[in-house]
Ligand binder design. Structure first.
Ligand SMILES: [Zn+2]
Length: 432
C-alpha cells in the first residue's frame, strides 16, 4: 500500500466493517491461530460483544450504526416496509433515512470521508468525499458519489455484491462470485486509499453471503468446503493487517481504528414462518387460498408478520382494513407475546424473548414500525413469508442472523453493554 502524505493536522479515522461476523466466531478463529491479526488486536485492545438492531438485519443495523440512533428516529425498520396507510410494500432506501449520518456530521466538521461498500446507502448521495454503496444497491451508476467515479469503478470491474440469486440456483458459483467481488473491492480499497481522506471506511459483505450459504462448512470439519471457509477468513485477516499497516504509515495509532459487524450468525435448525403461526392461532386469515400479498387478508385479521420477526397489529387508523382499536392494543400484544413464548419444536422452546415496540423504538417515527419483535433461540430462523402453510420448514439456507453476538473492536474498553447505535458517537469522539 503506497505511503500517503499526512496532511492538515486532522486525526485520521479508519473503520473496517465485517457484515454478519459473530463475536464468538472471531474469538474462536483468533484462538486457533487462524486469524493472527485479530488475535493481536484482542491482546492490544478490546473486542466487545455487541447487540445488533432489531430486527437483526443489515438494513436496520447498519442504519443504526451510521446514524447513531434507532428506527424510531431514522425511520428504517427493515428491507421492506408498508406504504403508509396501505398493505402495499416498498423497499426503503438511503433517501428515506430521516436523520444525519456519521458522514454528514464528519462533512460538517470539514472531514473528508471515503466509504467503500457500505450497505444500505443506495442511492449514494453527496458527502465530502467518496461514497460507494453496498447492497441492496441495484445499479452501479447510482451507487457512487461523485457520479464521475462511475467509469473508474467500471474499469476496475467493480461488482457490488455476490449474485445471491445465481448462487441459490447453482451453489458451485458461490466461491467464484465471492472472489470476483472481493477482488474488485480490494482494487477499490487500494485505489482510494491513495486519495486525500480523513475518514476511511471499508466494509466486507462476502462474509454474510458465505454464512447464509455455507455456515455448515465451518461447523462441520469434514465438510468439503471447510478449508475454503477457513481460507476465506485468513484472507480477511490479511486484508485487515494490510489496512492497519497502511494506517500506521500515516503515523496514526490504533486508537482511531474501529472494526465492527452488524449482527452475528449461527446455523439453522428450522425456519419458522410467523404468518403460518398467526394463522394457526386464529389471528390471521386470507380471502384467497394462496395469498400473494397482505392485501388479501380477511377483514377479521388481527395481526400479521413482515420479515424477519416484525409483528404488526391490524390497527384501525394505520391500515385500511384495521379492526384493532387503540384500547385493545395492549391486551392483544401481551396475548400474542405470551403465546409465542410457548411455541415449541420437538420439545424445544423457539422464542427467547418478545419485545414490545416501545422497548426498542424511541422517536417520532416509532408508530410506523411493528408492534412486537420476536427474538428466537439460536437455530430458529424467523420468517415473514406468506407462502408457507406449515409453521416449520427448511430451505437451501444454512445460516441465520443472531441479535446479541455482533462485535466491536476498539483500542479502548467501552464496557459490556454495547449496542451498534452507540458506535457512531464513540467514533466521532476522535474528531479533532
Ligand atoms: Zn444476512
Amino acid at each position: 500500500m503506497p505511503i500517503f502524505k499526512k496532511s492538515k493536522g486532522k486525526k485520521k479515522i479508519c473503520v473496517i466493517g465485517l457484515d454478519g461476523v459473530p463475536y464468538s466466531l472471531l474469538i474462536e478463529l483468533a484462538r486457533t491461530g487462524l486469524m493472527s491479526t485479530i488475535a493481536r488486536l484482542i491482546d492490544s485492545g478490546h473486542l466487545h460483544q455487541m447487540r445488533a438492531s432489531l430486527p437483526e438485519i443489515s438494513a436496520v443495523s447498519w442504519t443504526n450504526f451510521m446514524t447513531g440512533t434507532n428506527p424510531g428516529n431514522h425511520g428504517i425498520f427493515g428491507f421492506l416496509d408498508f406504504k403508509p396507510g396501505t398493505y402495499d410494500l416498498r423497499i426503503p432506501n438511503f433517501l428515506d433515512v430521516k436523520v444525519d449520518t456519521i458522514w454528514d456530521i464528519l462533512t460538517q466538521s470539514g472531514y473528508k470521508s471515503i466509504v467503500i461498500n457500505q450497505p444500505s446507502t443506495y442511492p449514494a448521495r453527496r458527502i465530502n468525499g467518496v461514497m460507494i454503496s453496498g447492497f441492496v444497491a441495484v445499479d452501479l451508476s447510482r451507487s457512487v458519489y461523485p457520479p464521475a467515479l462511475f467509469s473508474t469503478l467500471e474499469q476496475m470491474g467493480y461488482q457490488i455484491d455476490v449474485d445471491s440469486a445465481k448462487v441459490a440456483e447453482n451453489p458451485a458459483l458461490l466461491w467464484p462470485e465471492l472472489s470476483k467481488t472481493m477482488a474488485s473491492h480490494q482494487k477499490a480499497l487500494n485505489y482510494f486509499w491513495e486519495q486525500d481522506w480523513d475518514f476511511f471506511e471499508f466494509v466486507i459483505t462476502g462474509t454474510d453471503r458465505l454464512h447464509h450459504f455455507l455456515w455448515s462448512a465451518y461447523q462441520d470439519k469434514s465438510h468439503p468446503a471447510h478449508q475454503a471457509f477457513l481460507d476465506f477468513y485468513q484472507q480477511i485477516d490479511r486484508i485487515i493487517a494490510k489496512i492497519i499497516a497502511g494506517f500506521k504509515k500515516l503515523n496514526e495509532s490504533e486508537d482511531s481504528l474501529f472494526i465492527l459487524s452488524d449482527h452475528g450468525f449461527t446455523g439453522i435448525s428450522q425456519e419458522v414462518y410467523l404468518n403460518a403461526w398467526l394463522e394457526k392461532e386464529g389471528y390471521l386469515s386470507f380471502t384467497t387460498p394462496s395469498p400473494k400479498s397482505l392485501n388479501e387478508i380477511s377483514p377479521k385479521s388481527v395481526a400479521f408478520a413482515l420479515d424477519p420477526n416484525r409483528i404488526y397489529l391490524n390497527l384501525e387508523n394505520k391500515f385500511p382494513g384495521g379492526l384493532v382499536s387503540r384500547s385493545q392494543k395492549k391486551e392483544i400484544k401481551a396475548e400474542i407475546a405470551q403465546k409465542l413464548l410457548q411455541l415449541e419444536y420437538n420439545g424445544q422452546k423457539v422464542i427467547r424473548q418478545v419485545f414490545k415496540a416501545e422497548e426498542i423504538y424511541k422517536g417520532k417515527y416509532s408508530s410506523l414500525g411493528p408492534d412486537l419483535l420476536a427474538v428466537s433461540y439460536p437455530g430458529f430462523d424467523l420468517k415473514g413469508s406468506l407462502k408457507k402453510k406449515e409453521i416449520f420448514g427448511r430451505s437451501y439456507l444454512q445460516g441465520m442472523h443472531t441479535w446479541d453476538d455482533a462485535f466491536f473492536w476498539a483500542a479502548e474498553d467501552y464496557g459490556p453493554d454495547l449496542a451498534i447505535e452507540d458506535v457512531a458517537s464513540l467514533i466521532l469522539k476522535k474528531v479533532k
